[in-house]
Design a protein around this ligand. Structure first.
Ligand SMILES: C[S@@+](CC[C@H](N)C(=O)[O-])C[C@H]1O[C@@H](n2cnc3c(N)ncnc32)[C@H](O)[C@@H]1O
Length: 281
């Protein structure tokens, strides 16, 4: 069973950085540049459930900017993915206060950074993707100790765990994918925040008590669909960071959120990705 789609393309050494940057802008699973016996190869990773044809936008961009290249796409088995991502998951400072570490990193963290240890396994969310980083930055800026936080589409649990480590009183982390909730629960336990982070398989239902801060790093289509349920799950004045979409999706997402009672406070930019920070009117 493939959960990721791998796009690989042989490139010249000179064009490798530019090709990797172009793919990185659209690849939720990140990119890797490798020197192989056949020459330089750039690989990019797309979750199979993200769209009807994961990576299609990246392949189109590649065909447009580098028409001479011949990319190959194939589904990647979970075991291959788990081995592959380890090679490019390094310690990552985010924002002013956070440091994301892989579980095998034993160096002492720099003084003052709040450490979040993440072993994503096959779930999305190492912190290296711009959409995750923008949500972490929005979280860091808007979280006050004691808040109730919702993380919709928790993946590896990275946002939920960061919220708890930064002082949230209670975090509800939801994901429709059982593989993700298993990873998120394991990570919450490893970070000793399982008592404050409640991980559940599923999505928003009407029974949740209102939240002060909401995070939804998913996709434009899903955010448009859940704009109203998110508003119902928010206290007046609550802040939502909504991401997981490219610049071209921004206006449709902003319109749907506006119609659902959210006021735009800020638009964050990371490569071609956008994150909307909105408040509940
Ligand atoms: C891009 S990942 C984000 C992971 C992590 N929160 C981060 O920021 O790195 C999106 C996650 O949303 C989940 N998802 C998709 N649609 C959803 C829905 N309607 N409700 C809850 N989770 C959903 C997917 O299974 C996936 O794990």
């Amino acid at each position: 069973m493939g959960r990721w789609r791998e796009v690989t393309v042989g490139v010249s050494e000179a064009e490798s950085a530019e090709v990797a940057a172009l793919l990185q802008a659209q690849a939720p699973g990140g990119t890797v540049i490798e020197e192989t016996r056949e020459g330089t190869v750039v690989s990019a990773y797309f979750p199979l459930d993200s769209s009807p044809e994961p990576g299609a936008g990246a392949l189109n961009a590649l065909a447009h900017h580098f028409p001479h290249l011949r990319p190959l796409a194939r589904p990647l088995l979970e075991e291959e993915w788990m081995q592959g991502w380890r090679s490019f998951f390094s310690p990552l400072p985010v924002g002013e206060r956070l440091l994301i570490l892989p579980p095998w990193e034993h160096r002492r963290p720099p003084h003052g950074r709040v450490v979040v240890v993440i072993d994503p396994g096959p779930a999305f969310g190492t912190g290296h993707h711009p959409t995750t980083q923008m949500c972490l930055e929005a979280l860091e800026r808007n979280l006050r100790p004691g808040m109730r936080v919702l993380d919709l589409g928790t993946g590896s649990g990275i946002l939920a765990i960061a919220a708890a480590r930064l002082g949230a009183k209670k975090v509800v982390a939801l994901d429709t994918d059982r593989v993700a909730t298993k990873a998120a629960r394991g990570n919450a336990r490893a970070n000793r925040v399982l008592g404050r982070v409640s991980v559940r398989t599923g999505s928003l239902d009407g029974r949740l008590k209102p939240f002060d801060l909401l995070l939804a790093n998913i996709s434009s289509q899903t955010i448009i669909e859940v704009a109203r349920p998110l508003a119902r799950a928010a206290h007046p004045g609550a802040v939502l960071a909504a991401g997981g979409f490219l610049a071209e999706g921004l206006s449709a997402v902003e319109r749907a959120l506006g119609e659902a009672g959210w006021h735009t406070e800020d638009v964050l930019t990371g490569d071609d990705w956008r994150t909307l920070v909105v408040s509940r009117t």
